[in-house]
Design a protein around this ligand. Structure first.
Ligand SMILES: Nc1nc2c(c(=O)[nH]1)N[C@H]1C(S)=C(S)[C@@H](COP(=O)(O)OP(=O)(O)OC[C@H]3O[C@@H](n4cnc5c(=O)[nH]c(N)nc54)[C@H](O)[C@@H]3O)O[C@H]1N2
Ligand SMILES: Nc1nc2c(c(=O)[nH]1)N[C@H]1C(S)=C(S)[C@@H](COP(=O)(O)OP(=O)(O)OC[C@H]3O[C@@H](n4cnc5c(=O)[nH]c(N)nc54)[C@H](O)[C@@H]3O)O[C@H]1N2
Ligand SMILES: [Mo]
Length: 762
C-alpha cells in the first residue's frame, strides 16, 4: 500500500509489481474524486506505446516535410531510435542552429517534480545550445499579458489571492463570471492533496454569503452555493459588466475616494460608459439585447453589489476567447468601482473555480526542482501561435506592443504535451505539422501528437518511476516511489535524454554524473539547506522518503490580496507604470491596437450568438475543460470511458435545441462549421442555456483518413478557430465556437485512437 500524487489528487494503491490491483482515495482527502480511477485502467491499455517507433517515410527517405499522421510506424530498438535521433539533432543544430528547433513543448505532463517532462526537455535542449521557446499558457494567454499592465503579474495574482477561508468568513456576495466550477478545482498543476472545492462554499453559505453565477451552464457552480444562475450569452460578459459599471456610475454608487487614491484613468473609461465617445450610453437597456439578461436584473444586481461586501471573480475561461482581455479588465474595473480591493472578502478574484490552487495559504517555498539551465537564444512565440509559426516562417506578427517575426523551424521536439489536444483547428495544425523536417515526441500513450511524429519514444507513467511532488501552492510534499515496473519497453524521459546527451557529447552537462535517484536526493538536500538558511526545518531525505508526506512551511494561513497596497499605496505601489490600478493604460493605448484599446470596451466577436455568422451556425459550442479527466490525459481510462456514448464524447444540449433537431438522448450527432466537424453523443439537460452546446475538450482526435477536418470521436478542436485573443496577448481562443448540430445517420465508423496506429514490419 502506498500513496501517490497525480494532478487530480492523491491515490492510495496496492500493487503486484506489474499493475495496480486496488486504488482508493487518500484517507486525508475530504473531497475525493473519481478521476483517480483513470490511472490503473490506462496503464497497460493497448493505446500505451510499447517500444520506440519511427514513421516509415522518415526512416526510408530521411528528414523532410511529409504526410504526418497517415503513415505506418516501424518498430525499432532503443539503440536504433536513439542513434537516429542523435544524428538528426546534430544535423539540425550544425546546419541551422538553435533557432531552427521548436522545443516549447507546452503541456501539463504529469505530477512529480524531477521527471517533469518540460523541465527535462528544456534542460536537454539548453545543453545543446537552446531552442525557440514559448511564452504564456493556453490557460491564461490574455491574463498573463494584460494583468501586469493594469494590476499585477499573474504569479502574484495567483499565489497571493485572498484565501478561500477569508472569503468564507467575510464575503456577503460572490458574483462569479464563469462560475466556481466544481469539476475544475479538483485539479491543480502538480497535484491537489486535500480537495476543498465545496467546503469553503458551504461555509460561506452558512455565514450568509449569496452567490450569483453568470454563464452558460447552471452547474458551473456547485449545489452548495445555491447560486442564482444568470444565463448570459457566452462571450457577452464585457457588455454585462459595462452595464453594471454604468449603473454604479450613474447612481453615484462608485467609490470615488477609492478611485482617486488607487486608480488612474477612471474619467476616460467613464466617458465611454456615459456615451461621450460614441453617443451610446452603456446602460442595462443597451446590454439587454446583447447579453440576453433583463435590464431590470442588471440594475438591481449593480445595487446589490454596491450595498454589501462583494467579490467579483472572473474564471479563466472568459479570457480564453476572442477579445478575452475585455471581460477580465472589466472585472478589475468593477471591483475598483466598488472600492473593496484590499478588504477581506471583497475585491477582484481570478480563477476561484478554475483550478485548485487559487486562494490557498501562502507557502514559504516551492518544492525542489530540476534546474533547466540557460537558453542560448531568446526567440519565442506566444504559445498558441504554433501553427502560424510552422506555416509562415519569416512572417511578421504583433505581440504586446512589438512587431515580431516567426522563426523557420526544422525540428519540433515535444515531451509532456499534446498539441493535437490543446490547439485549435486541428486540420490546420496537421498541415502545419507536415512542414518541419522532423517531429519528435515522447509520451506514454499513442496520443494524437505521437501519431503525427517521426520519432516516437515511450515514456514511463509516474507510477512506474521514483519521484516526489507537490502541487502549486499545496501544503504537502509527497514521496512518489515507483509502484510498478515500467510497461513493456517504456523508459523515463530522463534516461532517454541522458542517452542522447551521451551520444551528442554533452552527457556530463546534462546528467552531472547523477542517476535519477541521486538527483532526487541531491535536489532535496540542496532545498533543505536553503530552507534551513531561512530558518525552516524539514526532515532529512531518508525520513521524508520513508514517510507518507511532509508539511511545507507556511508564510501566512490567511491572506487578503492587495491589503498592503490599500493600507499604503505609496509604500506598496503596484508594479504597473503608475503604481496604481490602470483603468486606462497609456502603455496599451500607445500600442494602437483596435482589438485592445487603452481602456476596456465591448467588442463584438465574430463567433457569438449575436453575430451574422450565427445565421448559418446557430449554436454556441462551449468547449470547456472535461469533468472526467485532465485534458486528454487517460481518456482511455475507466472513469472517462464511463461517460462516453457509443464510444463518443458526450455533448450536452438544452431540450429545446434537441427537440428542434429531432434529437434524443443517446443519439450520435455531427457537430460542424466551415472549419471542420466531429461526432458526439447527445445528452439533454436544462442546465444548459438554450442556444448553447457543451462539448468538453479531451476526446482523442480520431481523424477520418479521407478528411482530417472530421474527428470521429468528439474533439471540439476540430471546429474551433485558430486565432489569437488580440494583438496584445495572442492567447488561445478555444473556449467558444459557432456550430450547427445534426443527427448522424451514416453507419458509425469504428474508433482507431483507442489502439495503436498501423505498424509496419521491416
Ligand atoms: N477548445 C479548447 N481547447 C483547449 C482549451 C479549451 O478551453 N478549449 N483549454 C486549453 C488549456 S487551458 C490547456 S492547459 C491545454 C492542455 O493541453 P495539454 O497540457 O497539452 O494536454 P494534456 O492532455 O495534459 O497533455 C499532456 C500529455 O503529456 C503526456 N505525459 C504525461 N506524463 C508524461 C511524462 O512523464 N512524460 C512524457 N513525455 N509525456 C507525459 C500525456 O500522456 C499527454 O499526452 O488545452 C487547451 N486547449
Ligand atoms: N476536471 C478538470 N479540471 C481542470 C482541467 C481539466 O482538464 N479537467 N484543466 C485545468 C486547466 S489546465 C485550466 S487552465 C483550468 C481552466 O479553468 P476555466 O477556464 O475556468 O475552465 P473551463 O471549464 O474551460 O470554463 C469554466 C466555465 O466557464 C463557462 N464559460 C465559457 N464561456 C463563457 C463566457 O463567455 N462567459 C461566461 N460567463 N462563462 C463562460 C463555461 O460554462 C465553463 O464551464 O481548469 C483546470 N481544471
Ligand atoms: Mo490550462
Amino acid at each position: 500500500m502506498a500513496t501517490h500524487l497525480t494532478h487530480w489528487g492523491v491515490l492510495d494503491a496496492d500493487s503486484d509489481g506489474e499493475r495496480l490491483t486496488a486504488v482508493r482515495p487518500w484517507r486525508a482527502d475530504p473531497e475525493p474524486t473519481p478521476l483517480i480511477e483513470n490511472v490503473a485502467s490506462a496503464q497497460h491499455h493497448p493505446a500505451r506505446i510499447d517500444q520506440p517507433y519511427v514513421r516509415r517515410g522518415w526512416l526510408e527517405h530521411g528528414p523532410g516535410p511529409g504526410p504526418r499522421g497517415s503513415e505506418e510506424f516501424v518498430p525499432v530498438s532503443w539503440e536504433t531510435a536513439l542513434d537516429l535521433l542523435a544524428g538528426e539533432l546534430s544535423r539540425v543544430y550544425r546546419d541551422f542552429g538553435a533557432s531552427a528547433v521548436y522545443g516549447g513543448s507546452y503541456g501539463w505532463a504529469s505530477a512529480g517534480r524531477f521527471h517533469h517532462a518540460q523541465s527535462q526537455v528544456h534542460r536537454f535542449l539548453n545543453c545543446l545550445g537552446g531552442y525557440v521557446s514559448h511564452r504564456n499558457s493556453y490557460s491564461l494567454g490574455a491574463s498573463t499579458v494584460l494583468l501586469p499592465h493594469i494590476l499585477a503579474d499573474m504569479g502574484t495574482i495567483m499565489s497571493r489571492a485572498t484565501t478561500k477561508s477569508v472569503l468564507a468568513e467575510h464575503s456577503k456576495l460572490i458574483v462569479s463570471f464563469g462560475g466556481l466550477s466544481p469539476k475544475n478545482v479538483v485539479v491543480s498543476p502538480g497535484g491537489v492533496s486535500k480537495h476543498n472545492g465545496r467546503g469553503w462554499i458551504r461555509q460561506a453559505q452558512a455565514n450568509g454569503c449569496r452567490f450569483v453565477t453568470i454563464g452558460p451552464l447552471r452547474d458551473d457552480s456547485p449545489a452548495e452555493a445555491q447560486a442564482e444562475w444568470i444565463a448570459a450569452r457566452p462571450g457577452s460578459d464585457a457588455a454585462l459588466m459595462l452595464a453594471l459599471a454604468q449603473v454604479l456610475d450613474a447612481e453615484g454608487l462608485a467609490d470615488n475616494t477609492f478611485l482617486d487614491r488607487y486608480t488612474v484613468g477612471y474619467e476616460r473609461f467613464a466617458a465611454y460608459v456615459r456615451g461621450a465617445e460614441d453617443g451610446i450610453v452603456k446602460d442595462p437597456e443597451w446590454a439587454e439585447p446583447i447579453t440576453g439578461v433583463a435590464a431590470a436584473r442588471i440594475r438591481t444586481l449593480a445595487r446589490e453589489m454596491a450595498a454589501t461586501r462583494t467579490l467579483v471573480t472572473v474564471s479563466w475561461s472568459l479570457q480564453r476567447a476572442r477579445y478575452g482581455e475585455q471581460p477580465l479588465w472589466l472585472g478589475v474595473v468593477l471591483a475598483a468601482m466598488l472600492g473593496q480591493i484590499g478588504l477581506p472578502g471583497g475585491g477582484f478574484g481570478h480563477g476561484y473555480g478554475s483550478a485548485g490552487n487559487v486562494g490557498l495559504a501562502v507557502r514559504v517555498t516551492s518544492p525542489p526542482k530540476l534546474p533547466q539551465g540557460r537558453n542560448g537564444i531568446d526567440d519565442f512565440i506566444p504559445v498558441a501561435r504554433i501553427a502560424d509559426m510552422l506555416l509562415n516562417p519569416g512572417a511578421p506578427y504583433e505581440y504586446d506592443g512589438r512587431r515580431r517575426t516567426y522563426p523557420d523551424i526544422r525540428l519540433v521536439y515535444w515531451a509532456g504535451g499534446n498539441p493535437f489536444h490543446h490547439h485549435q483547428n486541428l486540420a490546420r495544425l496537421r498541415t502545419a505539422f507536415g512542414r518541419p523536417d522532423t517531429v519528435v515526441v515522447h509520451d506514454p500513450f499513442w496520443s494524437a501528437t505521437a501519431r503525427h511524429a517521426d520519432i516516437v519514444l515511450p515514456s514511463t507513467m509516474t507510477i512506474e518511476r521514483d519521484d516526489y511532488g507537490s502541487g502549486e501552492g499545496d501544503r504537502y510534499l509527497f514521496p512518489m516511489p515507483a509502484l510498478t515496473r515500467p510497461h513493456a519497453q517504456a523508459r523515463d524521459d530522463y534516461w532517454m535524454f541522458g542517452e542522447l546527451a551521451e551520444r551528442l557529447g554533452i552527457g556530463k552537462e546534462f546528467t552531472e554524473g547523477r542517476t535519477a535517484q541521486e538527483w532526487l536526493r541531491h535536489l532535496y538536500d540542496e532545498w533543505r539547506e536553503r530552507l534551513r538558511g531561512r530558518g525552516y526545518e524539514v526532515p532529512d531525505y531518508e525520513t521524508f522518503w520513508a514517510g507518507e508526506s511532509i508539511e511545507l512551511p507556511i508564510e501566512s494561513e490567511e491572506h487578503v490580496a492587495f491589503a498592503d497596497f490599500r493600507a499604503d499605496p505609496q509604500a506598496h505601489p503596484l508594479h504597473t507604470p503608475s503604481g496604481r490600478i490602470e483603468i486606462f493604460s497609456e502603455t496599451i493605448a500607445g500600442f494602437g491596437y483596435d482589438d485592445c484599446p487603452g481602456h476596456p470596451v465591448w467588442l463584438e466577436p465574430d463567433e457569438w450568438l449575436g453575430s451574422p455568422r450565427a445565421a448559418r451556425f446557430p449554436i454556441q459550442l462551449v468547449a470547456n475543460q472535461p469533468r472526467t479527466k485532465l485534458h486528454s490525459q487517460l481518456d482511455i481510462g475507466a472513469h472517462s470511458q464511463s461517460t462516453k456514448i457509443q464510444g463518443r464524447e458526450p455533448v450536452r444540449l438544452h431540450p429545446d435545441d434537441a427537440a428542434a433537431r429531432g434529437l434524443s438522448a443517446g443519439d450520435i450527432v455531427r457537430i460542424f462549421n466551415d472549419r471542420g466537424s466531429c461526432l458526439a453523443g447527445v445528452e439533454i439537460s436544462d442546465s444548459v442555456r438554450p442556444g448553447v452546446a457543451q462539448l468538453s475538450t479531451g476526446a482523442w482526435y480520431d481523424p477520418d483518413p479521407a478528411d482530417p477536418s472530421h474527428c470521429r470521436h468528439g474533439n471540439p478542436n476540430a471546429v474551433t478557430e485558430d486565432r489569437g485573443t488580440s494583438r496584445l496577448s495572442q492567447g488561445c481562443t478555444g473556449q467558444l465556437a459557432l456550430v450547427e448540430i445534426e443527427r448522424y445517420t451514416d453507419p458509425l465508423p469504428p474508433l482507431t485512437v483507442t489502439g495503436p496506429p498501423p505498424v509496419a514490419h521491416r
